[in-house]
Design a protein around this ligand. Structure first.
Ligand code: ATP
Ligand code: MG
Length: 279
C-alpha cells in the first residue's frame, strides 16, 4: 500500500501569491483529445466557476498540484505494470475530500500524453461533480439513465469537459435505489465498455463506513484509494473502512489536508529567498 500527502490549498495561499508569477505554467495540450467520437462536450469557459480547491484545474503549476501529479505518476506506473485501469477514490466518512481528490487526479492524469481519462460519478446520494466543475451539462442523460435504459451506450452519456482533457459520466439526480443500481450487471457492462476506450477510469464514490455502496461497487473496480483527513479521521474508523473492501483491492491511502511543511515548500521558500536576494 502506498501513502500520499496532500496539503491544504488554503494554507498555501500566501505562498501561491508569492510564486504564481514565478512558476512556469504547464502548457495546455494543443488539442483536447476525445477518445469517443460522439462524446458531448461541455465547455468550462469561466475558471472562476470551478471550485477553488480544484487546484489541478486552477493552477497546474502550483505545488499542491505537484502533489497530485506525483500520485498520478504512480497511477500511470501501476497502469503500465499491473494493468490497473478502474480506480475508485473513497474515504471512511463524509467530507474527507474524495470528490476534490478524484477531480484533481483527473485533471493531472489527463495532462499526461496518451492518457485517456474518464471520471465516473457513482455517488448517487450526493452527486456534485458537475456542480464543483461549474458545468452546464449538455446531455440530458447520465449514469442512472444508462443503467436503467440499455439502449443508451456509453458514448450517449459521456461528456467531454473542455478545456480540460478528461471525460465525465455524471451520476444523475439523487436516487433512493442506489444498491440495485450499483449491483446491476448493466453497470458492469458500461465499465467494461469504458475499459475499451479509456486508459484510466476514476470513480467518485460515497463514504465507506456509513454505506455499503463501495463494497457493492468493488466487483467492478481494480483498486481503491482511501482518502484520510489528516489529524481528523480516527484510526478505528479507518480500520473499519478498510475492512469493508478486500485487502488486495486497497491501492493506497491519501492523507488529505496534511499541513505539515512539505519538502517542496522548503525548496520554494529557498528559491523565493534566493530570487529576492538577487533583485
Ligand atoms: N486538500 C484540501 N484542502 C482544503 N480543503 C479541502 C481539501 N480537500 C477537500 N477540501 C474541502 O473539504 C470539503 C469536502 O470535500 P469533498 O466534497 O471533496 O469531500 P467528499 O469526501 O467528497 O464529501 P462527501 O462525503 O460529501 O462526498 C469541501 O469544502 C472541499 O473544498
Ligand atoms: Mg463527494
Amino acid at each position: 500500500m502506498t501513502l500520499f500527502n496532500i496539503r491544504s490549498p488554503r494554507k498555501n495561499q500566501r505562498f501561491r501569491r508569492n510564486f504564481r508569477n514565478a512558476l512556469p505554467q504547464t502548457p495546455a495540450p494543443e488539442m483536447p483529445y476525445s477518445p469517443m467520437a460522439l462524446t458531448g462536450e461541455a465547455v468550462i469557459d469561466d475558471i472562476d466557476h470551478v471550485e477553488s480547491h480544484l487546484v489541478a484545474l486552477h493552477t497546474p503549476a502550483a505545488f499542491e498540484t505537484e502533489q497530485y501529479r506525483m500520485l498520478a505518476q504512480r497511477i500511470e506506473q501501476m497502469h503500465k505494470s499491473h494493468g490497473l485501469r478502474v480506480m475508485a477514490v473513497s474515504s471512511p466518512s463524509m467530507g474527507d475530500g474524495k470528490t476534490t481528490t478524484v477531480i484533481n487526479l483527473a485533471g493531472v492524469l489527463s495532462q499526461s500524453p496518451g492518457m485517456r481519462v474518464l471520471l465516473i460519478e457513482t455517488d448517487l446520494r450526493c452527486p456534485c461533480v458537475s456542480l464543483l466543475l461549474g458545468l452546464d451539462l449538455p446531455r440530458p442523460h447520465n449514469l442512472v439513465d444508462a443503467v436503467v435504459n440499455p439502449a443508451l451506450a456509453l458514448k450517449d452519456v459521456v461528456t467531454w469537459c473542455a478545456p480540460f482533457n478528461f471525460a465525465l459520466l455524471p451520476g444523475g439526480p439523487p436516487i433512493a435505489s442506489h444498491h440495485e443500481l450499483l449491483a446491476s450487471p448493466r453497470l458492469g457492462e458500461l465499465i467494461e465498455e469504458a475499459r475499451q476506450h479509456y486508459d484510466c477510469i476514476l470513480i467518485d464514490t460515497p463514504p465507506m463506513v456509513p454505506f455499503s455502496d463501495c463494497r457493492i461497487l468493488s466487483r467492478w473496480i481494480d483498486g481503491f484509494f482511501v482518502v484520510v483527513t489528516a489529524h481528523k479521521t480516527p484510526r478505528r474508523e479507518l480500520q473499519q473502512a478498510l475492512s469493508t473492501i478486500d485487502a488486495h483491492k486497497i491501492i493506497g491511502l491519501i492523507f488529505n489536508q496534511d499541513d505539515h511543511v512539505a519538502p517542496s515548500s522548503y525548496y520554494a521558500d529557498y528559491y523565493h529567498a534566493k530570487s529576492t536576494r538577487s533583485r
